[in-house]
Design a protein around this ligand. Structure first.
Ligand code: PEP
Length: 254
Protein backbone atom coordinates (compact mmCIF):
# COMPACT_ATOMS: atom_id res chain seq x y z
CA UNK A 1 0.00 0.00 0.00
CA UNK A 2 1.39 3.40 -0.98
CA UNK A 3 1.93 5.84 1.86
CA UNK A 4 0.05 9.06 1.17
CA UNK A 5 2.27 12.15 1.32
CA UNK A 6 1.62 14.15 4.49
CA UNK A 7 2.35 17.84 5.06
CA UNK A 8 1.84 19.28 8.52
CA UNK A 9 2.19 22.94 9.48
CA UNK A 10 3.17 23.62 13.07
CA UNK A 11 2.34 27.24 13.81
CA UNK A 12 3.80 26.93 17.32
CA UNK A 13 3.05 29.83 19.70
CA UNK A 14 2.56 32.45 16.98
CA UNK A 15 -0.11 34.72 15.61
CA UNK A 16 -3.00 37.01 16.36
CA UNK A 17 -6.58 36.30 15.28
CA UNK A 18 -6.03 38.66 12.34
CA UNK A 19 -2.84 36.92 11.26
CA UNK A 20 -4.47 33.52 11.59
CA UNK A 21 -7.36 34.64 9.36
CA UNK A 22 -4.85 35.80 6.75
CA UNK A 23 -3.02 32.47 6.73
CA UNK A 24 -6.31 30.59 6.45
CA UNK A 25 -7.34 32.81 3.51
CA UNK A 26 -4.07 32.09 1.73
CA UNK A 27 -4.53 28.36 2.25
CA UNK A 28 -8.16 28.47 1.16
CA UNK A 29 -7.27 30.16 -2.12
CA UNK A 30 -4.36 27.88 -2.97
CA UNK A 31 -4.33 25.39 -5.81
CA UNK A 32 -2.82 22.21 -4.40
CA UNK A 33 -2.74 18.53 -5.40
CA UNK A 34 -5.87 16.58 -4.51
CA UNK A 35 -6.48 14.71 -1.29
CA UNK A 36 -5.56 11.42 -2.99
CA UNK A 37 -2.05 12.81 -3.40
CA UNK A 38 -1.45 14.74 -0.17
CA UNK A 39 -2.91 14.99 3.31
CA UNK A 40 -2.56 18.49 4.76
CA UNK A 41 -2.85 19.25 8.47
CA UNK A 42 -2.25 22.63 10.12
CA UNK A 43 -1.67 23.12 13.80
CA UNK A 44 -2.58 26.51 15.27
CA UNK A 45 -2.26 27.34 18.97
CA UNK A 46 -5.15 25.93 21.06
CA UNK A 47 -7.00 29.24 21.31
CA UNK A 48 -7.30 29.51 17.53
CA UNK A 49 -8.40 25.92 16.90
CA UNK A 50 -12.15 26.70 16.69
CA UNK A 51 -11.52 29.70 14.40
CA UNK A 52 -9.29 27.71 12.07
CA UNK A 53 -11.53 24.64 12.12
CA UNK A 54 -14.59 26.69 11.18
CA UNK A 55 -12.94 28.70 8.39
CA UNK A 56 -10.40 26.34 6.83
CA UNK A 57 -11.16 24.56 3.55
CA UNK A 58 -12.66 21.11 4.14
CA UNK A 59 -9.86 19.18 2.41
CA UNK A 60 -7.31 20.38 5.02
CA UNK A 61 -7.37 19.22 8.64
CA UNK A 62 -6.39 20.69 11.98
CA UNK A 63 -4.16 19.42 14.76
CA UNK A 64 -3.57 20.55 18.33
CA UNK A 65 0.07 21.02 19.32
CA UNK A 66 -0.22 18.96 22.49
CA UNK A 67 -2.74 17.40 24.86
CA UNK A 68 -2.84 16.09 28.41
CA UNK A 69 -1.59 12.60 29.20
CA UNK A 70 -4.84 11.28 30.65
CA UNK A 71 -8.46 12.15 31.30
CA UNK A 72 -9.04 15.80 32.13
CA UNK A 73 -9.70 17.05 35.65
CA UNK A 74 -7.66 19.02 38.16
CA UNK A 75 -4.79 19.85 35.77
CA UNK A 76 -4.73 23.63 35.54
CA UNK A 77 -3.61 24.92 32.18
CA UNK A 78 -3.93 21.60 30.38
CA UNK A 79 -6.21 20.59 27.50
CA UNK A 80 -7.44 17.00 27.36
CA UNK A 81 -7.69 14.65 24.41
CA UNK A 82 -11.42 14.38 25.17
CA UNK A 83 -11.83 18.13 24.64
CA UNK A 84 -10.12 17.91 21.25
CA UNK A 85 -12.41 15.05 20.28
CA UNK A 86 -15.39 17.06 21.51
CA UNK A 87 -14.39 19.93 19.18
CA UNK A 88 -13.87 17.50 16.28
CA UNK A 89 -10.15 18.17 16.11
CA UNK A 90 -8.81 15.05 14.42
CA UNK A 91 -5.04 15.34 14.96
CA UNK A 92 -2.57 16.15 17.71
CA UNK A 93 1.21 16.70 17.63
CA UNK A 94 2.92 14.97 20.56
CA UNK A 95 6.53 14.85 21.72
CA UNK A 96 7.70 17.93 19.84
CA UNK A 97 11.35 18.57 20.73
CA UNK A 98 10.50 21.98 22.17
CA UNK A 99 8.25 20.26 24.70
CA UNK A 100 10.76 17.50 25.34
CA UNK A 101 13.57 20.03 25.93
CA UNK A 102 11.84 23.01 27.53
CA UNK A 103 9.08 21.23 29.44
CA UNK A 104 11.11 18.12 30.24
CA UNK A 105 8.74 15.65 28.61
CA UNK A 106 10.41 12.23 28.87
CA UNK A 107 10.19 9.42 26.32
CA UNK A 108 7.83 7.54 28.66
CA UNK A 109 5.58 10.55 29.22
CA UNK A 110 5.35 11.12 25.46
CA UNK A 111 4.62 7.41 24.95
CA UNK A 112 1.82 7.61 27.53
CA UNK A 113 0.38 10.66 25.80
CA UNK A 114 0.45 9.00 22.38
CA UNK A 115 -1.30 5.90 23.73
CA UNK A 116 -3.95 7.93 25.55
CA UNK A 117 -4.67 10.24 22.60
CA UNK A 118 -4.99 7.28 20.21
CA UNK A 119 -7.32 5.53 22.65
CA UNK A 120 -9.59 8.59 22.59
CA UNK A 121 -9.73 8.45 18.78
CA UNK A 122 -7.22 11.16 17.89
CA UNK A 123 -4.63 10.73 15.17
CA UNK A 124 -1.11 11.48 16.32
CA UNK A 125 1.96 13.13 14.77
CA UNK A 126 4.63 11.74 17.10
CA UNK A 127 7.94 13.62 16.99
CA UNK A 128 11.37 12.10 17.50
CA UNK A 129 14.87 13.39 16.84
CA UNK A 130 18.39 13.82 18.16
CA UNK A 131 20.29 16.88 19.34
CA UNK A 132 23.47 18.05 17.63
CA UNK A 133 25.53 16.68 20.52
CA UNK A 134 23.89 13.27 20.14
CA UNK A 135 24.46 13.27 16.37
CA UNK A 136 28.10 14.22 16.80
CA UNK A 137 28.50 11.44 19.38
CA UNK A 138 27.20 8.98 16.77
CA UNK A 139 24.09 8.11 18.79
CA UNK A 140 21.37 9.41 16.44
CA UNK A 141 19.75 6.04 15.88
CA UNK A 142 19.98 5.01 19.55
CA UNK A 143 18.16 8.20 20.55
CA UNK A 144 15.50 7.91 17.85
CA UNK A 145 15.01 4.19 18.60
CA UNK A 146 14.58 4.84 22.34
CA UNK A 147 12.00 7.58 21.64
CA UNK A 148 10.14 5.29 19.23
CA UNK A 149 10.36 2.29 21.58
CA UNK A 150 8.62 4.25 24.34
CA UNK A 151 5.72 4.68 21.90
CA UNK A 152 5.86 1.11 20.55
CA UNK A 153 5.75 -0.28 24.12
CA UNK A 154 2.38 1.39 24.65
CA UNK A 155 0.72 1.30 21.22
CA UNK A 156 -0.57 -1.71 19.30
CA UNK A 157 -2.45 -0.06 16.45
CA UNK A 158 -0.24 2.21 14.37
CA UNK A 159 -2.77 3.09 11.68
CA UNK A 160 -3.40 6.56 13.18
CA UNK A 161 0.24 7.41 13.83
CA UNK A 162 2.58 9.52 11.69
CA UNK A 163 6.18 9.68 12.91
CA UNK A 164 7.92 13.02 12.44
CA UNK A 165 11.70 12.70 12.39
CA UNK A 166 12.89 16.14 13.44
CA UNK A 167 16.59 16.51 14.20
CA UNK A 168 16.69 19.14 16.94
CA UNK A 169 19.69 20.88 15.34
CA UNK A 170 17.60 21.50 12.21
CA UNK A 171 14.51 22.94 13.88
CA UNK A 172 14.15 26.67 13.42
CA UNK A 173 17.86 26.99 12.65
CA UNK A 174 17.81 27.21 8.86
CA UNK A 175 20.23 24.25 8.96
CA UNK A 176 18.27 21.59 7.11
CA UNK A 177 19.32 17.93 7.10
CA UNK A 178 20.67 16.93 3.71
CA UNK A 179 18.36 14.66 1.72
CA UNK A 180 20.86 11.84 2.33
CA UNK A 181 20.92 12.47 6.09
CA UNK A 182 17.13 12.47 6.26
CA UNK A 183 16.81 9.36 4.09
CA UNK A 184 19.38 7.51 6.20
CA UNK A 185 17.48 8.02 9.46
CA UNK A 186 14.07 7.37 7.88
CA UNK A 187 15.38 4.12 6.41
CA UNK A 188 16.89 3.06 9.76
CA UNK A 189 13.68 3.96 11.56
CA UNK A 190 11.63 1.91 9.11
CA UNK A 191 13.98 -1.03 9.64
CA UNK A 192 13.61 -0.56 13.40
CA UNK A 193 9.82 -0.72 13.03
CA UNK A 194 10.09 -3.86 10.88
CA UNK A 195 12.24 -5.58 13.48
CA UNK A 196 10.51 -4.38 16.63
CA UNK A 197 6.88 -3.86 15.61
CA UNK A 198 5.98 -5.56 12.32
CA UNK A 199 6.77 -5.59 8.62
CA UNK A 200 3.30 -4.23 7.91
CA UNK A 201 3.67 -1.27 10.30
CA UNK A 202 7.10 -0.53 8.82
CA UNK A 203 5.69 -0.55 5.30
CA UNK A 204 2.59 1.54 5.98
CA UNK A 205 3.57 4.08 8.67
CA UNK A 206 4.38 7.47 7.29
CA UNK A 207 7.71 8.91 8.43
CA UNK A 208 7.83 12.62 7.73
CA UNK A 209 10.82 14.96 8.03
CA UNK A 210 10.88 18.23 9.97
CA UNK A 211 13.61 20.82 10.41
CA UNK A 212 13.98 24.00 8.31
CA UNK A 213 11.95 22.66 5.39
CA UNK A 214 11.19 25.45 2.93
CA UNK A 215 9.98 26.07 -0.59
CA UNK A 216 13.50 25.63 -1.94
CA UNK A 217 14.54 22.35 -0.33
CA UNK A 218 11.24 20.46 -0.14
CA UNK A 219 11.32 18.74 -3.53
CA UNK A 220 14.67 17.09 -3.10
CA UNK A 221 13.87 16.00 0.46
CA UNK A 222 10.43 14.76 -0.57
CA UNK A 223 11.94 12.77 -3.42
CA UNK A 224 13.78 10.48 -0.98
CA UNK A 225 12.31 6.99 -0.89
CA UNK A 226 11.50 6.95 2.84
CA UNK A 227 10.51 10.58 3.29
CA UNK A 228 6.71 10.56 3.28
CA UNK A 229 6.18 14.27 3.79
CA UNK A 230 7.04 17.05 6.22
CA UNK A 231 6.33 18.75 9.48
CA UNK A 232 6.97 22.42 8.83
CA UNK A 233 7.43 25.15 11.43
CA UNK A 234 8.51 28.62 10.29
CA UNK A 235 7.62 28.21 6.63
CA UNK A 236 4.09 27.02 7.49
CA UNK A 237 3.24 30.61 8.44
CA UNK A 238 4.22 31.86 4.99
CA UNK A 239 2.78 31.49 1.49
CA UNK A 240 5.66 29.14 0.61
CA UNK A 241 3.82 26.47 2.62
CA UNK A 242 1.79 26.01 -0.58
CA UNK A 243 4.97 25.10 -2.49
CA UNK A 244 5.82 22.60 0.22
CA UNK A 245 2.38 21.00 -0.14
CA UNK A 246 2.95 20.83 -3.89
CA UNK A 247 6.19 18.88 -3.32
CA UNK A 248 3.85 15.88 -2.90
CA UNK A 249 3.84 15.75 -6.71
CA UNK A 250 7.41 14.39 -6.67
CA UNK A 251 6.10 11.13 -5.23
CA UNK A 252 3.19 10.96 -7.64
CA UNK A 253 5.50 11.04 -10.62
CA UNK A 254 8.14 8.82 -8.99
C1 PEP B 1 8.97 22.23 13.84
O1 PEP B 1 8.87 23.01 14.76
O2 PEP B 1 8.35 21.16 13.86
C2 PEP B 1 9.85 22.60 12.73
C3 PEP B 1 10.20 21.67 11.88
O3 PEP B 1 10.25 23.93 12.65
P1 PEP B 1 11.06 24.63 11.43
O4 PEP B 1 10.41 24.17 10.15
O5 PEP B 1 10.88 26.08 11.67
O6 PEP B 1 12.48 24.17 11.52
Amino acid sequence: MARKFFVGGNWKCNGTAEEVKKIVNTLNEAQVPSQDVVEVVVSPPYVFLPLVKSTLRSDFYVAAQNCWVKKGGAYTGEVSAEMLVNLDIPWVILGHSERRAILNESNEFVGDKVAYALAQGLKVIACVGETLEEREAGSTMDVVAAQTKAIADRVSNWSNVVIAYEPVWAIGTGKVASPAQAQEVHDELRKWLAKNVSADVAATTRIIYGGSVNGGNCKELGGQADVDGFLVGGASLKPEFIDIIKAAEVKKSA
